[in-house]
Design a protein around this ligand. Structure first.
Ligand SMILES: *[C@@H]1O[C@H](CO)[C@@H](O)[C@H](O)[C@H]1NC(C)=O
Ligand SMILES: *[C@@H]1O[C@H](CO)[C@@H](O)[C@H](O)[C@H]1NC(C)=O
Ligand SMILES: *[C@@H]1O[C@H](CO)[C@@H](O)[C@H](O)[C@H]1NC(C)=O
Ligand SMILES: *[C@@H]1O[C@H](CO)[C@@H](O)[C@H](O)[C@H]1NC(C)=O
Ligand SMILES: *[C@@H]1O[C@H](CO)[C@@H](O)[C@H](O)[C@H]1NC(C)=O
Ligand SMILES: CC(=O)N[C@H]1CO[C@H](CO)[C@@H](O)[C@@H]1O
Length: 320
């Protein structure tokens, strides 16, 4: 993993030097969805949509989101999932360093926790009750982080339409959230310079698909991929970078994103919580606020992760 890292950084340096001095090479961008593009953990909103759609006598799983549907008086499913992560951590061993945190996030132990959750939800029989109306209602309640569409359009103008790599749970759901949000964005900005670009459709999405039927229109950029961990994201990132001469940039927000963040040519945490930031620094992670002067990334020693509260500070990556 470290070897790949060093290689991609030197590629970045070479291509940046080779480019004319006004325009450094625009990176290929890979982005997490929940918590990074969306301010919300949208998987919980998706789960709420499933509970809303399912007739009460057909509900076979405790609610995933403890904040809603607690009237069902069932065991807190999210707490159980978190216990499963803790059990996996204990089995992995004592995690005290940043490197161990990255390694655990890429491990089969950590992967199996999310795979078990996914399989249990997929086989619950509840997903089949979902309707377009209910999905649309929940999609319009998602908050997209500030600057996302400006960032995505700036990247697209430099030939780097961002690719979404997400572990949660449905391509159709993620695409619907993008479509809904981009419509809002466009209605607020009457003079978008590249209005011919349907970027909400152009963004490739690599994700599982838990909805058994095609409820919503598909897009040629949908890519079903059984992704359940940061290690899976690294695999797909490597596959997509084959033959690519550009450097890679990964943007995420959580511990699950550490493997691709560290593996890519550069890694930026957008929307990381203070708790996780404090934890990673205590474990020896080198986290620094992302600034325009952080560019070009080639100056780093390859172990720095940058942080930003939203997407606005990242737009200059594509304006250099
Ligand atoms: C989504 O996130 C935003 C920003 O953190 C928050 O204000 C909003 O209440 C959240 N929406 C839902 C439905 O959780
Ligand atoms: C975990 O590591 C810390 C720091 O090295 C140490 O203080 C602690 O005793 C260890 N715990 C276990 C259960 O090994
Ligand atoms: C927690 O793990 C157990 C054992 O693998 C599994 O049966 C259970 O469904 C898991 N819970 C969740 C919420 O994923
Ligand atoms: C609009 O975006 C597309 C896709 O990136 C690009 O091919 C095209 O050149 C852009 N057009 C303008 C006017 O920027
Ligand atoms: C419209 O375009 C002008 C000129 O490029 C720009 O200054 C202005 O901020 C844009 N308005 C919106 C709402 O984007
Ligand atoms: C692997 C991964 O990203 N799993 C996430 C799926 O969604 C839950 C709920 O938001 C997160 O806690 C997991 O980290």
């Amino acid at each position: 993993m470290l070897g790949y890292k060093v290689l991609s950084f030197s590629l970045w340096a070479v291509s940046a030097n080779a480019a004319c001095k006004h325009r450094s090479t625009a990176p290929e961008v890979f982005v997490d969805f929940d918590g990074t593009i969306a301010a919300n953990e949208t998987i919980l909103m998706f789960a709420d949509a499933v509970y809303t759609a399912t007739p009460p006598d057909k509900i076979t799983l405790p609610p995933l989101n403890p904040k809603t549907f607690n009237n069902l008086k069932k065991r807190n499913f999210l707490a159980e999932y978190q216990e499963n992560i803790t059990l996996a951590q204990e089995e992995y061993g004592n995690i005290t360093t940043f490197e161990e945190e990255v390694d655990f996030a890429a491990s089969d132990l950590r992967r199996s926790v999310d795979a078990v959750l996914y399989d249990r939800v997929a086989s619950s029989g509840m997903i089949e009750y979902l309707t377009v109306d209910i999905l649309e209602k929940y999609a319009s309640a998602v908050t997209i982080r500030d600057g996302w569409w400006d960032f995505a359009l700036a990247a697209a103008r430099r030939g780097s339409v961002p690719t979404i790599l997400t572990n949660n749970f449905s391509i159709q759901w993620v695409r619907l959230v993008l479509r809904t949000s981009y419509q809002d964005y466009q209605s607020g900005y009457s003079n978008i310079t590249n209005s011919t670009l349907d970027i909400d459709e152009a963004i490739p999405i690599y994700c599982s698909e838990i909805i058994g039927t095609q409820l919503l229109p598909s897009s040629p950029t949908d890519h079903e991929f059984s992704s359940h961990s940061g290690g899976d994201k690294v695999d797909i990132l490597h596959r997509l970078m084959i033959g690519q001469t550009k450097p890679s940039l990964y943007v995420g927000n959580s511990l699950n994103d550490l493997p691709p963040l560290v593996d890519a040519g550069a890694g930026i945490l957008v929307g990381i919580t203070d708790d996780v930031q404090t934890q990673l620094k205590a474990e020896g992670g080198d986290l620094r606020p992302f600034k325009q002067s952080s560019l070009p990334f080639s100056e780093g020693d390859g172990e720095v992760l940058y942080t930003a509260a939203d997407w606005n500070p990242l737009i200059p990556i594509f304006e250099k």
